[in-house]
Design a protein around this ligand. Structure first.
Ligand code: SF4
Ligand code: SF4
Length: 387
């Protein structure tokens, strides 16, 4: 058997334990078959935000020499399976640092598989994912996003369902029997074993052909070399002379040209400029200083800076003035304030539609809808709930 590599792409702290469970279980299962493997994280420092994409890997080989050879590389250049536990990262991933945007399927090898937990249809997910020039398979596990995390572990079986699916789409990794045995030993829970087996039985794939998907070139930029040291090297400064409009125009918000957010968030705020009372709370409390003050004293959340934490929604004193919306509904980082100025009625209609759709959504930060998680678990347990 050649070396088999699996990466799990997850969001920061919330899903760290989930990712760890997956990669560790792969290694435990492999050992049952006399193989050798290791599991490790890409960002050991756990970016302290809920939305920052991060990775963990499992590498399985026939013998120690082969494993060591493959581990000499800091990060696998290609993997047999990419596991994405949050479908909004199908748009691409970015690290906590400023590396630009990496397609979710970048490391998925030709003929490999991308597993995604999602309630979206395959064609919708493919539209979000960047094109590749080689074919691969997409396998969807029907599920809402799991916010299993570092401090509170929401045990919704996402980990074992992924492991069951993995055995089906990548049979050269480990057999289902070995995986079930590893799950039984680790969790001592027959319901989890049954969940893994069920996910194995239900697994299906949708082939993705070369050239299918998002044709855009992901944002990237050249980092300055050591001979090009300049002021603001790590986080580039804004250009001198920008920022102040003068007179009553006030401050013109200017942002760093390279330190941008794309897929860091799983939800984003939308603002109702007509009900905003200009209380400044969102502007004061946003941990990423996202709110640009507009000439008429309103607050425009700058999507090139927003990490999607939901604090603005939580602090806004006006009902439904700031609403967090699932990121899957947006295609760009454009200004909401500018859209509202250009067409207030059109903006209102757009915003109302999104809020209506969001009410049907199960993705929540737990701020706006206290008790949402408990309801979600009860729904999933009903016949016809998550498979
Ligand atoms: S704009 Fe809102 S959701 Fe975005 S980072 Fe600021 S407080 Fe968090
Ligand atoms: S917190 Fe709400 S009401 Fe206050 S300025 Fe921000 S959007 Fe307006």
């Amino acid at each position: 058997m050649a070396t088999v590599a699996v990466e799990v792409v997850y969001r920061g702290i919330f899903q760290k334990t989930l990712a760890r469970n997956i990669v560790r279980s792969i290694v435990f299962a492999a050992r049952k078959e006399g193989k050798i493997g290791t599991a490790f994280g890409r960002y050991g420092d756990s970016p302290e935000r809920n939305g920052i994409p991060a990775k963990q890997f499992a590498i399985v080989a026939d013998d120690a020499e082969e494993l060591e050879e493959n581990l000499a590389r800091y990060e696998a250049s290609e993997v047999d399976v990419t596991i994405n536990v949050d479908d909004t990262m199908c748009k691409g991933i970015e690290s906590w640092a400023w590396y630009g945007l990496q397609p979710i399927n970048e490391l998925t090898k030709p003929g490999g598989t991308l597993i995604v937990t999602s309630r979206q249809e395959a064609d919708d997910l493919v539209q979000d994912m960047h094109q590749k020039d080689s074919p691969y398979d997409l396998s969807i596990i029907r599920s809402t996003v799991s916010f299993s995390g570092l401090w509170v572990y929401k045990d919704d079986h996402t980990d074992v369902r992924i492991l069951g699916n993995l055995c089906r789409v990548c049979p050269q990794l480990v057999s289902l029997d070995s995986m079930l045995e590893a799950i039984r030993e680790q969790f001592d829970n027959e319901t989890k074993v049954a969940s893994a087996r069920r996910a194995y039985d239900l697994a299906n794939v949708r082939p993705v052909e070369p050239g299918e998907g998002n044709p855009e070139t992901p944002f990237k930029f050249e980092l300055p070399g050591w001979k090009e040291m300049e002021e603001g090297l790590v986080i580039k400064a804004i250009d001198e002379g920008t920022g102040f409009r003068g007179g009553e125009e006030g401050y013109q918000p200017v942002r760093n040209s390279v330190f941008k957010k794309f897929s860091t968030r799983s939800m984003r705020p939308i603002v109702n400029f007509e009900t905003c009372i200009k209380c400044t709370l969102c502007w004061l409390q946003c941990p990423d200083t996202c709110f640009d003050v507009t000439p008429d004293g309103l607050y425009d959340a700058n999507m090139e800076s927003c990490c999607g934490c939901g604090v603005c929604e939580a602090v806004c004193p006006v009902p439904d003035c700031v609403t967090m919306i699932n990121e899957q509904h947006f295609d760009d980082n454009s200004s909401q304030y500018e859209a509202w100025q250009a067409d207030a009625d059109g903006y209102k209609q757009w915003m109302t539609n999104l809020i209506d759709v969001q009410k049907q959504e199960s993705r929540t930060h737990g701020f706006h809808h206290v008790g949402g998680y408990a309801e979600e678990i009860a729904e999933s347990a009903q016949p016809g709930g998550d498979n």
